[in-house]
Design a protein around this ligand. Structure first.
Ligand SMILES: NC(=O)c1ccc[n+]([C@@H]2O[C@H](COP(=O)([O-])OP(=O)(O)OC[C@H]3O[C@@H](n4cnc5c(N)ncnc54)[C@H](O)[C@@H]3O)[C@@H](O)[C@H]2O)c1
Ligand SMILES: O=C(O)[C@H](O)COP(=O)(O)O
Length: 399
């Protein structure tokens, strides 16, 4: 349990390179951007691993300018009432473009072809003839008419699936948790795999677009490869840990997997025959970095200033139009009579409620209450303390 009060100048710490237009969202009057701050009010992060970091008591929010939050200790944050945001869809187009680029580049041996052509340096006038003789090593396949299996049909997967249809591929998708929004955006020509086994067995190319969880760690393993066609191509722009590297190395060696494009190289990947390692470039476009930074910054600023929550991965979305009246915000356990207890603390102080919202997500809940009366700054610490005494309150902040 901790007290949350906005310091006069709110400090935002960044843990990676965050696009300047995102940081500009904060404005210099009320915010300081301090990359080295030890007690920031909020953090904006991309892929920096936060598991080994001490999280200061003052932190109220962490925003991932991007999609994957596996670098953030989300459970700890939830226990401490720290909201974790991400920016759904903000980098999806960038990933879609690199997936389609890779799909074609690997089918046409672009990577190995370029490397080979460079070895001809110094051959002078013989180069054109050597090229014509050597090009037969790089006879590719067209993707037209081949089957692409897309695992995960969220922001990235749905874009990939739709555009692969436009490239005349047959597309099968597997996503048992697909959202209604995505389903609406997905072409009806994307075939639905009822099981992942079906997708594995039918695909010439497989691309994966799901968040890393404890359940799917190592899901590309020997058992999975055994279900796939010989010579399948696999693309992983999601997370390295989805792949069992020992099994992948063996599958590449035997030719069961023809090529493996991955955005997550490590020592093992770099040793694999026919692996094509990219240096985590999926979201690395100017447009995507700016979209993510602006979206993350807006969500954090809105939360710090109004308590409203949008796109949190650990707390419910909650929004009340902000009228400038005093607002009590509290994270608490999702237990009965919490709203009753909160309102009685306020009524004991003769405070009248103008509006309120209460939302829950799993074991956690969040309540915002707007107070009709004028509440002086001097009484706030006392009011916060009374609310904090309610059993099950995690954090309280009066804005
Ligand atoms: N390489 C990069 O730079 C880069 C960029 C963006 C995202 N990513 C990674 O890609 C992931 C997906 O990104 P997104 O923006 O599409 O996320 P998203 O949340 O919009 O979509 C994820 C989809 O996966 C589905 N899903 C979850 N578990 C599944 C499972 N076991 N089998 C099938 N479907 C499953 C969900 O229902 C959801 O529809 C991110 O979590 C991140 O790890 C990488
Ligand atoms: O999950 C994501 O959004 C991507 O992996 C992008 O990571 P990055 O912000 O470090 O480029």
């Amino acid at each position: 349990m901790s007290t949350l009060t906005l310091s006069k100048k709110t400090t935002i710490k960044t843990l990676n390179n965050i696009a300047a237009c995102g940081l500009d969202v904060f404005g210099e009057e009320s915010y300081t951007i301090d990359h080295d701050s030890e007690n920031p009010d909020a953090i904006i992060v991309r892929s920096h691993n936060m598991y080994n970091m001490e999280l200061d008591e003052n932190i109220k929010a962490i925003a991932r300018a991007g999609a994957g939050v596996n670098n953030i200790p989300v459970e700890d944050c939830t226990e401490r009432g720290v909201v974790v945001f991400n920016t759904p869809g903000a980098n999806a187009n960038a990933v879609k473009e690199i997936v389609l680029t890779s799909l074609m580049a690997l089918s046409r041996h672009i990577f190995s072809g370029v490397n080979w052509a460079k070895t001809l340096e110094g051959e002078g006038d013989r180069i054109p003839a050597l090229v014509e003789k050597g090009k037969k090593q790089f006879i590719g396949k067209e993707i037209k008419g081949k089957t692409l299996g897309v695992i995960g049909l969220g922001s990235v997967g749905s874009l990939v699936a739709n555009d692969a249809l436009d490239l005349d591929m047959d597309v099968i998708g597997f996503d048992p948790f697909v959202s209604v929004n995505t389903a609406w955006n997905l072409s009806s020509n994307v075939q639905r795999a009822m099981t992942i086994e079906e997708l594995f067995s039918r695909s010439d190319y497989i691309t994966v677009h799901i968040p890393l969880t404890n359940d799917n760690n190592g899901m590309f393993n020997e058992e999975a490869f055994n279900m796939m066609k010989k010579g399948v191509h696999i693309l992983n722009f999601s997370r390295g840990e989805l792949v069992n590297e020992e099994d992948m190395a063996a599958a590449l060696e035997s030719g069961k997997v023809d090529k493996f494009v991955t955005d997550f190289p490590d020592e093992n990947v770099l040793k694999m025959k026919n692996a094509i390692p990219l240096p985590h470039l999926g979201a690395s476009t100017k447009e995507s970095e700016e979209n993510c930074a602006v979206m993350a910054a807006r969500q954090v600023r809105d939360f710090l200033e109004t308590g409203n929550i949008k796109n949190s991965v650990n707390f419910p979305n909650a929004s009340l139009p902000y009228t400038g009246k005093r607002r009590v915000t509290a994270f608490h356990d999702n237990v009965p009579n919490m709203v009753g207890q909160l309102t009685s603390v306020l009524s004991d102080d003769s405070l009248n409620i103008a509006d309120m919202v209460n939302r829950s997500r799993g074991d956690s809940a969040y309540t915002m209450i707007d107070i009709e009366n004028k509440v002086e700054d001097t009484v706030i610490p006392d009011l916060e303390e009374k609310i904090r005494q309610i059993e099950g309150i995690v954090t309280v902040r009066i804005i």
